[in-house]
Ligand binder design. Structure first.
Ligand SMILES: Nc1nc2c(ncn2[C@@H]2O[C@H](COP(=O)(O)OP(=O)(O)O)[C@@H](O)[C@H]2O)c(=O)[nH]1
Ligand SMILES: [Mg+2]
Length: 226
């Protein structure tokens, strides 16, 4: 475990960074619409309804940045958000967050699912600037087979990811302890899974400061300073 003072300092720096500019950039329905791979990217993936948009809002301290841009027609697209835009005209952001379409939706037509899979998988496998993926898992349900399939794909593509348990305010502390233990044990068997498990509540703020610091370190390096 890191020095607690360092950790507090990292969290404070990350919080300052996220309280600066965060802007919706674009929605990419196909690979050809991706932005130039010019800055590090952090991708958010997980089942529909797991809490991706809420977590993005909580991390950035914006009430509706993720939802505002994600109109119903855009749920099949990759949504990019710029974080930290320097003063100079035309300057690049420090890094980008990417809200991915949710997987495991029951009623989508097969064609839609196939199109989605090909977009998401090609992005995750081929994106040079992808610094980390966050795999969100509902703490009430734990890992499901669709999550395991995603983790396996990421392992095979050597794309490092963090597992983030969401909605921890919805279960009892004893239940959270059990699901955290079983998820951590399973994560150990996945080569590309980061050893730290993140327990978060977008609603109550639990784990948000620590995840912010982890995201900034993943995107910009441990030694990053403004
Ligand atoms: N209690 C609670 N509800 C949450 C939390 N995060 C998300 N939700 C709720 O779960 C539902 C789905 O969240 P959303 O962020 O839209 O999920 P997405 O489909 O993965 O983007 C919404 O009704 C949210 O209000 C949380 O941390 N705690
Ligand atoms: Mg969403």
């Amino acid at each position: 475990m890191a020095d607690p003072d360092d950790q507090a300092a990292r969290e404070e720096m990350a919080s300052k960074l996220f309280s600066g500019p965060v802007d919706f950039l674009l929605s990419a329905p196909q690979l050809k619409f991706l932005p130039d791979p010019a800055v590090p990217e952090i991708a958010f993936c997980g089942r529909s309804n797991v809490g991706k948009s809420s977590l993005l809002n909580a991390l950035t301290g914006r009430k509706a940045i993720a939802r505002a841009s994600v109109t119903p027609g855009r749920t099949q697209e990759l949504n990019f958000f710029d974080v930290g835009r320097p003063e100079e005209e035309g300057a690049l952001p420090l890094f980008r967050l990417v809200d991915m379409p949710g997987y495991g939706f029951a009623k989508a037509p097969l064609k839609v699912v196939e199109k989605w899979k090909s977009l998401v998988n090609s992005y995750l496998r081929g994106r040079q600037v992808l610094a980390r993926t966050l795999v969100l898992v509902d703490s009430r349900h734990g890992l499901k087979d669709v999550d395991r399939a995603m983790m396996k794909m990421l392992d095979e593509a050597a794309v490092g990811y963090r597992i983030v348990l969401t909605k921890t305010d919805k279960i009892k502390a004893s239940e959270l302890e059990a699901v955290a233990a079983s998820t951590a044990a399973e994560a150990k068997k996945h080569v590309a899974a980061h050893p730290d498990l993140h327990l978060t509540s977008a609603e109550k703020g639990m784990g948000i400061a620590a995840l912010r610091a982890a995201v900034v370190a993943d995107a910009l390096g441990e030694g990053w300073a403004p």
